[in-house]
Design a protein around this ligand. Structure first.
Ligand SMILES: NC(=O)c1ccc[n+]([C@@H]2O[C@H](COP(=O)([O-])OP(=O)(O)OC[C@H]3O[C@@H](n4cnc5c(N)ncnc54)[C@H](OP(=O)(O)O)[C@@H]3O)[C@@H](O)[C@H]2O)c1
Length: 187
């Protein structure tokens, strides 16, 4: 059970028309990268107290080395230092709670930004305070990797709604390509 009462849990993803976050090779293609969305994402991560992601979802931004992060992996039993990064811990949710991981890395309040991939998003679907869903409606990724387990049988929006999140504001990020981000908030 994930409990961290003072942390605000936030999700971030950009998806194609089919709700995919990566192409059929499991790679996020350049066609899914838009300056407006990347600036929005980078600004949000600069404000976050903690970043959480799986092995292939490192954000690789200029400030990345300064950020506290939990690197989700099955290669440790619970929690372990990241030998390559003093600001990171390796975390296996099967062996340590999210609260324990936050305590271990010294983060008790502020925002925890969950940035993927799909199975990491899934772990937090019942816990997100807000999920920022960016959409690129003119990008098609046939056979691509769905952003959440359960897509495409259900849309990303339906899955967020099924987990108690409600669409609030939508912000335009790239007018020419009709890319926007919608804030899905709990209750
Ligand atoms: N469009 C977007 O906004 C966006 C966002 C995020 C990611 N992406 C892209 O989507 C792709 C995601 O890659 P991915 O599917 O490989 O996901 P990923 O979560 O980045 O990486 C999967 C790995 O993370 C670890 N992991 C994930 N869930 C875990 C769990 N529940 N327990 C323990 N470990 C877990 C495992 O690492 P170990 O093998 O170390 O055990 C697993 O092999 C990448 O191409 C990325 O660039 C795009």
């Amino acid at each position: 059970m994930i409990t961290a009462p003072k942390l605000r849990i936030e999700g971030y993803v950009i998806v194609s028309a089919e709700g995919c976050l990566a192409d059929s090779n499991g790679v996020m293609p350049d066609v899914l990268k838009f300056k407006g969305d990347q600036q929005f994402f980078e600004g949000a991560l600069d404000r976050a107290a903690l970043i959480v992601h799986g092995r292939n979802s490192f954000e690789d931004q200029p400030n990345s080395p300064k950020r506290k992060r939990l690197w989700v992996t099955r290669h440790v039993a619970g929690l372990a230092p990241d030998p390559t990064n003093d600001n990171a811990l390796l975390w296996n949710p099967a062996g340590a709670s999210f609260e324990h991981a936050c305590q271990a890395i010294g983060i008790g309040d502020g925002a925890a930004a969950i940035i993927g991939g799909p199975s990491v998003f899934e772990m937090f679907l019942d816990r997100f305070d807000i999920f920022w869903l960016s959409q690129a409606p003119h990008v098609n990724l046939p056979g691509g990797q769905p952003c959440f387990p359960g897509v495409p049988e259900r849309s990303p929006q339906q899955i967020l709604s099924d987990h108690g999140l409600i669409a609030r504001e939508t912000i335009e990020l790239d007018a020419a390509n009709e890319v926007s981000v919608t804030a899905w908030q709990r209750g």
